[in-house]
Design a protein around this ligand. Structure first.
Ligand SMILES: [Zn+2]
Length: 337
């Protein structure tokens, strides 16, 4: 999450910016004169050139069969019948359709430089999203589609920054044909949080935080799904050494806490499910868009890319695949598997 001046927040809200730019893990752009990243959402910021990392990005690059993106949703069809998923239960799971939203788009933010490991949130969320779609379809026969399947996102004639800076609710509204909207992100903290540079945070800050929209908060089943996803992610971090707290603080569906900076940036505290609303409804545009079309929506802030070890594990290890598995098992549980 980011710290902004009140003025910037108001300005951003006027532009319809939401979690992707205001507070949920937009990657700061790297200063040309320093290896440390700086925050910038100003329109004058120079685009950061894309640079391919040396060796990573091979883990999840296989195409997703059967999962469609915004550009070809009409071809998605039903995947819920005839599939021979390996994790089918003998019970009768509910048929649900999931709209998966890999946060951001390529080129919006990227990190290059020593110990930044070329981490790009847009890349990470796409890898998680594609793997999540593959698991849901192939292992559980759950129908799903993505808001983007490539570097770019296009909805209703709008593309990339036209969406994220002016019409970001379109991402959530794209779930109109779904039963569930899941927006995938990695998190960031404020500058100098915990007395450390923004991009050099300790592992103790790392935790999953799931933000539920008003529709999701009205459904104990969805909140329990969030609890399952968060618990799964916390287990992953405990397993790979990216956590100091080994559990997820499961939410009471009847008492969802508000998002807070102390929750986001605090050290040695468990992640949880929270909500964030203001006088106009859901604070984050993606969640507001889903609410506008009557769909329960959640943002999964998987963990903190401001932790160097997180970036390394994401870009050079199997972390993204493990996070996708954690998400998938929680969603499958929600569907009755
Ligand atoms: Zn984000």
């Amino acid at each position: 999450m980011k710290k902004f001046s009140q003025k910037l927040i108001i300005f951003a809200l006027m532009l319809g910016l939401t979690c992707s730019l205001i507070s949920c893990g937009t990657l700061p752009k790297r200063s040309a004169s320093s290896s440390s990243a700086i925050e910038s959402t100003e329109s004058t910021a120079l685009p950061v050139p894309y640079s391919e990392p040396q060796t990573p990005r091979a883990v999840l690059d296989t195409p997703v069969s059967g999962a469609s993106g915004a550009a070809n949703q009409s071809q998605s069809g039903s995947n819920t019948s005839g599939s021979s998923g390996s994790r089918r239960s003998n019970s009768q799971p509910r048929k649900i359709k999931v709209c998966i939203d890999p946060g951001h788009y390529h080129g919006a933010s990227e990190l290059t430089g020593e110990d930044l490991y070329d981490y790009e949130e847009a890349y990470a969320t796409l890898q998680i999203g594609q793997e999540l779609a593959r698991i849901l379809k192939e292992d559980y026969g759950i129908e799903c589609y993505l808001t983007r399947t490539g570097d770019s996102i296009s909805i209703n004639g709008y593309t990339d920054d036209q969406i994220d800076q002016q019409n970001i609710a379109l991402r959530g509204k794209y779930a109109a044909d779904a039963d569930l909207f899941v927006s995938l992100h990695t998190n960031a903290n404020g500058e100098n949080a915990n007395g450390q540079p923004q991009m050099s945070q300790p592992i103790a800050i790392n935790k999953p935080i799931i933000i539920a929209n008003t529709n999701a908060c009205g459904s104990p089943e969805v909140i329990n799904m969030c609890n399952a996803i968060g618990t799964n992610i916390a287990k992953v971090y405990n397993e790979v050494g990216l956590a100091t707290v080994d559990y997820f603080n499961e939410a009471d569906p009847n008492n969802i806490v508000d998002w807070s900076e102390s929750l986001n940036d605090g050290l040695n505290i468990a992640g949880t499910v929270c909500k964030r609303v203001d006088s106009s409804g859901d604070f984050y545009g993606v969640l507001r868009g889903a609410a506008d079309v009557g769909v329960p929506g959640i943002i999964i802030e998987h963990g903190f890319h401001t932790v160097p070890e997180f970036r390394y594990s994401a870009m050079y290890g199997n972390l993204l695949k493990m996070l996708a598995e954690a998400d998938a098992e929680g969603i499958a549980k929600y569907a009755g598997f």
